[in-house]
Design a protein around this ligand. Structure first.
Ligand code: DAT
Ligand code: MG
Length: 149
């Protein structure tokens, strides 16, 4: 079954949005298979955002992600990678659609609340970077037959 990596950034944690964000993915029908609150090391932040290493915002982004606790999660379900991104909304919260997490709760691109893997292959890499195998729990939701035909 497809899996994705989501991370509630320090602004989302500080603003008390953890429960609200988890609720959205739970009620959508996805299955939570990994969850932890943690402070991110410089090394992990730099690896996670490696594709942006040469961008002007990289230093500020790494400083921000390491500035306070984040909530790292792995969610499972059919089409979860693209769907989770849809629920997150566009990178810039001011242009993100209402009804999305960034559209409903954010104002600036540098404080956009949550990260989500952008492709199945990226999700695999990010899950392996953030979670040990034994930190992930495979389980079948009793709602499965009411969610899938
Ligand atoms: P996304 O998080 O939607 O995948 P991205 O991969 O382009 O967006 O960028 C990663 C993060 O970097 C993004 O969530 C916020 C930050 N960022 C991107 N563009 C930025 C910019 N122009 N100024 C400041 N921060 C930026
Ligand atoms: Mg991205």
């Amino acid at each position: 079954m497809e899996r994705t990596f989501l991370m509630i950034k320090p602004d989302g944690v500080q603003r008390g949005l953890v429960g609200e964000i988890i609720r959205r993915y739970e009620t959508k029908g996805f299955t939570l298979v990994g969850l932890k609150i943690m402070t991110v090391s410089q090394e992990l932040a730099e690896k996670h955002y490696d594709v942006h290493r040469d961008k002007s915002f990289f230093k500020g982004l790494v400083e921000f992600i390491t500035s306070g606790p984040v909530v790292a999660m792995v969610w499972e379900g059919d089409g979860v990678v693209a769907s989770a991104r849809k629920l997150i909304g566009a990178t810039n919260p001011l242009t993100a659609e209402s009804g999305t997490i960034r559209g409903d709760y954010g104002i600036t691109i540098g404080r956009n609340i949550i990260h989500g893997s952008d492709a199945i292959e990226t999700a695999r890499t990010e899950i392996a970077l953030w979670f040990k195998d034994e930190e992930l729990t495979s389980w079948e939701s009793s709602m499965k037959r009411w969610l899938y035909e």
